[in-house]
Design a protein around this ligand. Sequence first.
Ligand SMILES: O=C(O)[C@H](O)[C@@H](O)[C@H](O)[C@H](O)COP(=O)(O)O
Length: 233
Amino acid sequence: MIENFPTREAWAEAAADRLAAALAEALAADGRALFAGSGGSTPSPIYARLAQADLDWASVTATLVDERYVPETSPESNAALLKRALLTGPAAGTRFVPLYSPAVTVDRAAALASQALAAEGRALDAVLLGMGDDGHICSMFPGSPTLTTLLTPGLKPAVYGVPAGRDGAAPPQERLTLNLPWLARARCVVLALTGAKKRAVFEREAAGDPAVTPIAALIAANAPLEVLWTEAE
Ligand SMILES: O=C(O)[C@H](O)[C@@H](O)[C@H](O)[C@H](O)COP(=O)(O)O
């Protein structure tokens, strides 16, 4: 299930190519495409390449797989990261749907983001995921109180609020996240991993109980998952 790449360049190129192909297919079929990207440090080289893809970016909508409940002015903002890394150059004309919105509670922001995504009227065409060392994808954290909800088949709203963990548990602050059924309905899900540690975490999580393990749940839901790995971190 894991595809190995000899260099970080080849890995980033392959991930960007898969995502661009999925977006191009949607654009050819429907004249529109919906992309969701991850935060964290892993995706930046992939975004840099994807931003150069020869696509009708003005017909693409981009959103996030998860977000800290912070405004774009925060260094923690995934929206700011995506805008900097992907929505630039040829991709600058892409419409962006944020998960965060100001002056409301995290759950209200989740409801607003869910409405905005529902208004797109389509499943995600391409998703770029990273994975934390604890096996989390999006803001679905193994062992967190919200996980069972986020993994529930048939969940209707796309986006949920995630409270900060208690007593040092993840996540350190409130977040917004896509849920498992939304991810699983995507047409292409690229999980980009680097380094021996993440590979071992992925293998452990893939063999876990789908009821309590986000990666195992994604596999069990038959998501069109492509796992791209390179040793170089
Ligand atoms: O905003 C986030 O935190 C992410 O969307 C998250 O799911 C990320 O992909 C992992 O935490 C891996 O992060 P790294 O790529 O930095 O290891």
